[in-house]
Ligand binder design. Structure first.
Ligand code: AMP
Length: 365
């Protein structure tokens, strides 16, 4: 091996396998969550070492990719995985590549200790084991250096177009590139038989499904239903940014989509009925809020309201009865203008929060 090649590959590539095993011996006793059963892996090598014997035992392995800050939405995915698989790996990694340069990477909620407690409580509730948490560093996930968050950053990326360019991809041009790339890495590391995603991020689930199909990744993508708060707001790690006032108004996103779905259930399948209903509710709520004094009102912008094909997310004029459709929307809750004394304005000072949600209009024929 040339000297320059050694520099590129780093010292790891130089160690013969036996030496590598001995050097990493201390990691054979992994950390564990409070129940003492879930193993915590920090390195790719640890996961691979754990994974290897599972092949010969024909164990079904499930992977649930998350960015931590666990809530009921994540837990529903983990519960589904535990039901369907012999071993479940939950990855917790805040992937910088899926945040734009001006997004909330630095303030993204991180609750490592409470995440582990939540997992331990879930294990108890399910009376079943979560085999491992994989929580790597960015150096581990991008061993040749993090390529950056800019649109023109150079590096090894998985890019799924045109799906990734639509809707969320328009507002966040590097988002799906970051998601697809990190998910491909996770799939290669864990090699799960099944990987679990949430319908809450429907476009993300479709991008991953397309990636798996197109690149022939040997795993099954399972999409689990959206878990909601009692008033309908989809659970999200970012909801903590909202604070009390904005939290109350944020339910409009769910209500608008639910009214669109109701149109469909009432027999309307055309674009203007379905979108008209959702847009009408968003606009009337905006009008009501604008009329309130600054210390009471909530301002939000509508990024998009979409009525699209169930798989390609191409905008459609009518629901195709054999395919169904998706109504989805994104709104940006703007920061509170004038806080009253002692008001809870939200985590990290209540920055602008972008919320997304969707409803599936099931095929009818
Ligand atoms: P995140 O940690 O936000 O990247 O989400 C990890 C996974 O949890 C993704 O597949 C999300 O779609 C899924 N997820 C997040 N929120 C919900 C929810 N409210 N209901 C169901 N799945 C969710």
């Amino acid at each position: 091996m040339s000297l320059s090649m050694r520099r590129v590959l780093g010292s790891r590539a130089l160690r013969p396998p036996l030496v590598r095993t001995l050097v990493s011996m201390p990691k054979l006793i992994p950390e564990a969550v409070p129940t003492g059963s879930t193993q915590i892996f920090r390195t790719v090598e640890e996961v691979k070492r754990w994974r290897r014997p599972q092949y010969t035992c024909h164990r079904v392995i499930g992977l649930v990719p998350t960015m931590g800050a666990l809530h009921e939405g994540h837990l529903s995915l983990i519960s589904a995985a535990v039901k369907e698989c012999d071993h479940v790996v939950v990855s917790m990694y805040v992937n910088p590549a899926q945040f734009g340069p001006h997004e909330d990477l630095d303030s993204y909620p991180a609750n490592w200790d409470s995440d582990l407690e939540i997992l331990a409580a879930l294990e108890k509730k399910l009376a079943k084991k979560i085999s491992a948490v994989f929580a790597p560093t960015t150096k581990e996930m991008y061993p040749f250096g993090f390529p950056g968050q800019e649109v023109d950053s150079k590096g090894s990326f998985v890019i799924i177009t045109p799906l990734s360019e639509r809707l969320e991809g328009k507002s966040r041009p590097t988002f799906f590139r970051g998601v697809a790339t990190v998910c491909m890495k996770l799939l290669n590391i864990v090699q799960p038989d099944k990987v679990f995603f949430g319908q809450k991020d429907i476009q993300q689930s479709l991008v991953i499904q397309r990636m798996v199909d197109d690149l022939m990744v040997p795993t099954k993508v399972i999409v689990c239903p959206t878990v909601r708060e009692p008033d309908g707001l989809a659970r999200s790690s970012r909801n903590v940014y909202l604070g009390t006032r904005r939290r109350k108004v944020a339910k409009v996103l769910h209500d608008a989509l639910a009214s669109a779905k109701q149109q469909y259930l009432n027999g309307r399948a055309d674009r203007s009925s379905i979108l008209g209903s959702a847009n009408g509710l968003l606009e009337s709520t905006q009008a009501t809020q604008v009329s309130l004094p600054a210390e009471e009102r909530v301002r939000f912008e509508v990024d998009y309201v979409s009525f699209a094909d169930r798989f390609t997310m191409d905008e459609v004029e009518e629901v195709d009865p054999s395919r169904g459709a998706i109504v989805s929307a994104a709104i940006k809750m703007l920061p509170v203008e004038l806080a009253t004394p002692g008001e809870d304005v939200g985590y990290n000072g209540g920055p602008a929060v972008r919320l997304i949600d969707n409803m599936i209009l099931e095929p009818s024929g």
